[in-house]
Design a protein around this ligand. Structure first.
Ligand code: DAH
Length: 344
């Protein structure tokens, strides 16, 4: 074979290889050119007929042609096995595609953290029914049927027979419904309860969702005072929000505590000087107060011997204040938008 013939052989092979559309065609070409009886081997076999000085030159050209054909076969093989960018052949050494990993919801993280902080102070986390009797949700808390204060808790009623003693069935509108249940469970103070649970109210707007979470603290013992309440809330605020945050109590009214307060925490963005996020340096957290004697009596505890404090705050609200995030619409917490949830 002349040098020119070998060049032609090589060019012919390369163009045929590039024109293949199936692995089968490609394999046939490989056999045809590089197989034992293939054209490259034939050309090599003919080398011996050449004069000695030509042998090494032509031998090198044959070898170059062989390498070029091998490379072309390899490249075309890859190309044919890749369809629409998807590799259809299986390479077990390639690292696998990892499934997406999720994480806990940010409200779950907040609940974990809240329970740990109160755990440190000796509070025991409890849970009480989400579907509750009117008695525990309202009546035992000093809000008899048709009391106007109930309007604030836009309650979902369960359409079922009412209980002769406990009244209608409701979706619990606040975790305060656990107060009398806890008194009945423990029977004899001391009580240090933290009840974290889902609550339901008929409300949905930028700052309300129909299902949300609250955490309710209840302490009942001898000689409990507002100082204990303030100290507990201060401790919580410093642990949860950071060492520089402060708590203040504002007089308020709840049926089940007397006196009652609303609790504010100093704004973490402006440090109390007033900014867009807060009202004059303070953010409203939730309610608190000294347990009303009637509530103790309803829980079977003698108010002449024991007293206590309670507080109840929204988990979502409290969490948002910690993160310093201003969410325009609280409903985003629950509409399963991964773009939002992935950030926490
Ligand atoms: N249960 C009240 C609410 O949902 C919050 C609350 C206020 C809880 C005062 C308390 C309390 O324990 O003492 O708005």
């Amino acid at each position: 074979m002349s040098e020119e013939q070998i060049h032609n052989l090589r060019n012919e092979a390369l163009s045929l290889i590039m024109g293949t559309t199936t692995q089968e065609e490609l394999e046939n070409l490989r056999i045809n050119y590089l197989g034992r009886q293939g054209k490259i081997n034939q050309a090599t076999a003919e080398l011996k007929n050449l004069p000695a000085e030509k042998k090494s030159v032509v031998g090198k050209i044959i070898n170059d042609a062989k390498v070029a054909i091998e490379n072309a076969l390899f490249a075309q093989k890859e190309k044919l096995s890749t369809k629409d960018g998807q590799t259809t052949w299986f390479d077990p050494t390639i690292p696998s595609v990892q499934p997406q990993r999720g994480h806990l919801h940010l409200v779950t993280y907040a609940i974990e953290e809240i329970s740990q902080i109160f755990n440190h102070l000796g509070f025991v986390r409890v849970r009480y029914p989400e579907v509750e009797w009117d008695w525990f949700a309202f009546e035992s808390l000093n809000m008899p049927a048709s009391h106007p204060a109930r309007d604030e808790w836009e309650t979902f009623f369960v359409d079922t027979k009412s209980h002769p003693k406990y009244g209608n069935m409701v979706l619990t509108p606040h975790t305060s419904s656990g107060q009398v249940r806890e008194m009945e469970r423990v029977k004899m103070p001391p009580i240090r309860m933290i009840n974290i649970a889902k609550c339901y109210r008929r409300q949905s707007d930028v700052s309300h969702v129909p299902m949300f979470h609250q955490f309710e603290g209840l302490v009942v013992d001898k000689d409990i005072s507002i100082v204990h309440l303030k100290g507990t809330l201060d401790y919580f605020a410093r642990r949860f929000f950071g060492a520089s945050r402060k708590i203040r109590l504002r007089p308020y009214h709840f049926q089940f505590t007397e006196p009652s307060f609303e609790v504010d925490v100093s704004c973490g963005v402006c440090n109390g000087s007033g900014c867009k996020l807060c009202k004059a340096g303070w953010l409203e957290l939730g309610g608190a107060g000294m347990v009303h004697p009637n509530v103790l009596t309803n829980g079977g505890i003698d108010p002449s011997k024991f007293c206590g404090f309670a507080f109840g705050w929204g988990v979502e609200r409290t969490f948002m204040m910690k993160a310093g995030i201003k969410i325009d619409d609280i409903r985003i917490l629950y509409n399963a938008d991964l773009r939002f949830l992935k950030q926490f």
